[in-house]
Design a protein around this ligand. Structure first.
Ligand code: ATP
Ligand code: MG
Length: 370
């Protein structure tokens, strides 16, 4: 896919801009705090309907404004498409080719984007919540039904937790009530776990190869799902259903005491091992960064495999952080096949000479010039 145009209104530090004549490779150059990240964040938001930096849509609206609008025109394999998102205090509205979408899940994934930013290091070394968010966002953009189950699961989870807390303070336990919540929790939970395991399995294939390439054949990267119930490899829904139910019955008393749901996809994790050692614990900074890079490059290929088209690639401040060899690996991965948007504080900090067909944009205080 190829982005031809983007326009922003009252979005972060942009009052009103429209940009077009994009190239396969686009460089946004500017000093700190000028709006470089904001710009590529907008492209990410158009793909996933939310930011990679925040869950609070309100933060996207310019200070003092009531609503924000971002729109783009993209060329896809099967034709052109116009996307529009409006954010206000009442929520967000999404349009495809001028038609308002009732369900956001119909909008998400119309264009696909892979973002690689310095904070992605946290996927490797941060808390399990960061990795779950990574899984949820990436699976959601290629499989809208995943988002439906995730939403339903989260709804049931809140209600179930409220019920557990109330029971604790009232000193009573209503077994039928808990059974009802369990049914719903397990129904959606099993779908989430199954899709996550399948995604990791596919990502593993790509990530292992890419990581081997980047490390000159020295490092074998292995991704594994760490479930809070059942076996690591199990993908059969009926078996998972049973395993989740058994786990819930085992932790029931503890759940009443703690007033919280103690098993399910909201407690699961993902680990990375390099040559058998856990990257979060034993990996050097460079190994962790390379792991994050391999993951992102693997995602590009996975999206291509799933939808038959390459996503756009957004590189925020990362090129300058990589050594020349890794820079070259990265550039060779996207060059000539993936439209890429890169931010940097200076053209000299990145290997710009290697970038073919690059268009340079200068970003200064919410204004962009070619
Ligand atoms: P750096 O090189 O430091 O990463 P950048 O060019 O990527 O800088 P951005 O993250 O895009 O900078 O942010 C630019 C400016 O946008 C910041 O000064 C920030 O305060 C401002 N900003 C963020 N959110 C809003 C908002 N909702 N309304 C107005 N301005 C905002
Ligand atoms: Mg930035």
């Amino acid at each position: 896919m190829f982005i031809n145009q983007i326009s922003l209104q009252n979005y972060r530090n942009y009052e009103h801009i429209q940009l077009d004549s994009f190239s396969p490779v686009n460089l946004f150059i500017g000093q700190n705090a000028q709006g470089k990240t904001n710009l590529i964040e907008a492209l990410f938001v158009l793909a996933l309907s939310k930011s990679h930096r925040t869950n609070k849509d309100k933060e996207l609206i310019s200070f003092g404004a009531d609503n924000a609008r971002i729109a783009c025109e993209a060329e896809k394999k099967y034709g052109n498409v116009k996307l529009e998102l409006n954010f206000s205090s009442r929520g967000k509205k999404a349009k495809i080719n001028g038609l308002e979408q009732r369900k956001l899940s119909d909008f998400i994934g119309t264009i696909n984007a892979v973002m690689f930013a310095p904070e992605d290091l946290e996927i490797v070394k941060g808390s399990p919540g960061v990795r779950r968010r990574f899984l949820d966002m990436e699976i959601g953009q290629v499989q809208p039904s995943y988002l439906y189950h995730l939403q339903q699961y989260q709804k049931v989870l809140v209600q179930r937790n409220n019920y557990l807390k109330q029971s604790w303070s009232a000193g009573s336990k209503d077994a039928t009530m808990l059974d009802i919540w369990n049914e719903q929790l397990v129904e959606h939970g099993v779908k989430i776990v199954r899709k996550r395991k399948q995604f990791i399995h596919k990502l593993q294939g790509w990530a292992e190869n890419i990581h081997m390439g980047i490390t000159g054949g020295k490092e074998k990267l292995v991704l594994s799902y760490v479930p809070s119930f059942g076996g690591v490899e199990e993908e059969d829904e009926a078996v998972l259903f049973e395993q989740f139910m058994i786990k819930l019955s085992q932790v029931k008393e503890q759940e009443y005491r703690r007033g919280a749901t103690l098993a399910g996809p909201h407690r699961d994790d993902l680990t990375f091992h390099i040559n058998g050692n856990e990257a979060a614990v034993f990996g050097s900074q460079g190994q962790q960064r390379t792991t994050a890079l391999s993951l992102k490059l693997a995602e590009i290929e996975l999206i291509h495999e799933e939808i038959g088209e390459y996503p756009i690639l957004l590189l925020d401040d990362v090129l300058s952080e990589l050594d020349p060899y890794r820079q070259t690996q990265l550039i060779e991965t996207f060059q000539n096949k993936v439209q890429t948007f890169i931010t940097a504080t200076g053209i000299e900090s990145i290997n710009a000479g290697r970038l073919k067909e690059a268009q340079i944009f200068h970003v200064h205080q919410g204004h962009v010039e070619k």
